[in-house]
Design a protein around this ligand. Structure first.
Ligand code: F0G
Length: 528
């Protein structure tokens, strides 16, 4: 038919409030033009983030009712251990789900207490020693545990000069909070975007092929290992998909190459897994040899290639809150950072308890944990992923056809406007924060919230020439999961196209307060 088969329908709806342009303008002024501070109920489309903004499925809502709010080892804890293991290591989480989470009323499955050596969810359900799985409220909680614990192990008793100079962490692309955690803990984050990131990609090829522009530049990584030596590289971080590099996917081949190279040098590999399922969809659809494989088997292969991973479940957990950190039992990460009499997992667990609560809830309610356990099985379903990626590709195709300069091909979770090209030919330089001007005007004129992730967000004015090279100047349209329909996409395409035609009217922006603040995009004041 040349049109996709529908794969879902709507059970609950919410009507949008209506505010006038003048009302929005007034509130913008009162909130210092900081888009994070703009009230969401005055918006029509909110593309600030795809994080925690998903609509949950009916099965997840059903699971919520099974939440157990016990302080110690709640029911959901066991569901989550199994769900994570069955998603990332072995098994079929869909079958497990119905039997265990929704229908199960006996305790026999808990008594099974499988002992699995070498996995991400260590040693069975009752083991207290050698912990390796840590629930956190969200991704940055996992980052906090990871980076601050490594700081203690590697830097706390070292000369002051080692802070921010001795240890480097190469990556295909650090997300902003991840970069901030890395930096705060005294490590130097190094972005190594793929050499082919800037290659042109024809509109006609959208949906037909994918060059995996989220890959790390392996040649650069090799150079860094030669330059610094493995002992100065605590781990290599691979973000799947690569949010900072315009949400582009990472190929299995790249993950294989990075793992082989790092392991040759004894360097652990860490995945930042926020959008692992979307990444697996791209591998299945566009990488040779994976077409016949299930999403789950691709995910499981990907996760043989890392030693430790963080997860923001607010993305591909399909939930509004949740995350975790885990590492391979007795794997390279454990070997490198455990000391005689001091298991690295124990250090992480102490921090988890201090910061987020005990191991079986980690800052989440029992209901959150149930929704997450089920979300993992919903997010790897092919029909869901197909619909998700088709929606993004359809928005990208229409914007690109209308001449709006966006990064091509699109990833899954967002469309990225190339700010430099958007303002090409106009008296607007990167230091004028035109991307922020665009965000301000989209709210005022169309009640659409976008997000600047470029010169302003990544602190162009505060960085030296070398660090400036690591900045891609972009404005992001992040699409919440399962939330918006064709009306939203059509409205957004029309609005952004009109903004592009009127780009000469978009103002330059000054930072009026808090230019020097860390993560300033959440808190500083601006003026067009
Ligand atoms: N890693 C990546 C790749 C992310 O995109 C995010 C969050 C995090 C880690 C942190 O996770 O929010 O649960 O603490 N990204 C959101 C975004 C905020 O809008 O892209 P978190």
């Amino acid at each position: 038919l040349g049109t996709p088969i529908p794969s879902q329908y709507t059970l609950v709806t919410r009507n949008t409030f209506f505010a006038t342009e003048e009302e929005r303008r007034r509130v913008q002024q009162d909130t210092e033009y900081n888009c994070f501070a703009f009230p969401s109920s005055m918006l029509v489309c909110d593309y600030l983030s795809d994080s925690g903004t998903s609509a949950m499925t009916d099965v997840q809502w059903a699971a919520l009712m099974r939440g157990d709010e016990a302080y110690g080892r709640n029911h959901g804890y066991y569901c989550m251990l199994d769900s994570v293991r069955q998603t990332f290591e072995q098994g079929d989480n869909a079958k497990y789900l119905v039997n265990r989470v929704l229908l199960n009323t006996d305790v026999n499955w808990i008594l099974e207490n499988q002992q699995i050596e070498g996995g991400f969810v260590n040693g069975g359900r009752f083991q207290l020693e050698r912990p390796n799985f840590f629930i956190t409220p969200q991704g940055r909680g996992a980052e906090l545990l990871l980076y601050s614990t490594l700081h203690q192990i590697l830097l706390a008793d070292k000369p002051k000069e080692w802070m921010h100079s001795h240890y480097v962490i190469p990556s295909n692309g650090f997300f902003d909070t991840t970069e901030a955690h890395c930096h705060t803990a005294g490590f130097v984050p190094l972005n190594m975007f793929a050499a082919h990131f800037h290659d042109a990609f024809p509109i006609a090829d959208i949906g037909k092929r994918n060059p995996f522009k989220g890959d790390i530049n392996v040649a650069e990584l090799e150079k860094a290992i030669a330059k610094y030596g493995p002992e100065r590289i605590p781990f290599v971080l691979m973000t799947v998909t690569n949010n900072t590099a315009a949400g582009q996917p990472v190929s299995m081949q790249n993950l294989i190459d990075v793992h082989a190279l790092c392991h040759r040098h004894g360097i652990p590999v860490c995945f930042d897994s926020a959008r692992f399922a979307e990444n697996a969809y791209f591998i299945k659809t566009y990488e040779a040899g994976f077409a016949e494989r299930s999403i789950q088997s691709i995910v499981q292969q990907m996760y043989t290639l890392c030693d430790v991973f963080t997860m923001s479940a607010k993305k591909d957990g399909l939930v509004n809150i949740g995350g975790w950190l885990c590492f391979r039992d007795k794997g390279l990460f454990w070997q490198r950072y455990s000391r005689p009499g001091r298991d690295v997992g124990v250090a992480l667990k102490e921090k988890q308890i201090l910061s987020f609560g005990n191991d079986s809830y980690g800052g989440l309610s029992g209901r959150d944990i149930m929704a997450l356990s089920v979300g993992l099985s919903q997010v790897v379903q092919l029909a869901y992923l197909h619909r998700r990626v088709m929606q993004s590709q359809s928005m990208a195709q229409r914007l690109a056809q209308n001449g709006v300069p966006i990064v091509l091909p699109p990833g899954a979770h967002a469309i990225y406007i190339d700010t430099g090209k958007f303002f090409e030919g106009l008296p607007m330089t990167i230091g004028d924060f035109g991307g922020v001007g665009l965000v301000i005007e989209a709210i005022r004129l169309y009640a659409i919230r976008l997000c600047e992730l470029g010169a302003f967000g990544f602190e162009y004015d505060q960085k030296d020439d070398e660090a400036r090279k690591g900045i891609l100047d972009l404005v992001r349209i992040a699409i919440p999961r399962n939330l918006y329909n064709e009306e939203h996409i059509a409205y957004t395409v029309a609005a952004i196209t009109e903004l592009y035609h009127n780009r000469h009217l978009i103002p330059k922006v000054r930072i009026t307060r808090g230019a020097e603040l860390h993560l300033r995009h959440f808190q500083s004041g601006l003026a067009p």
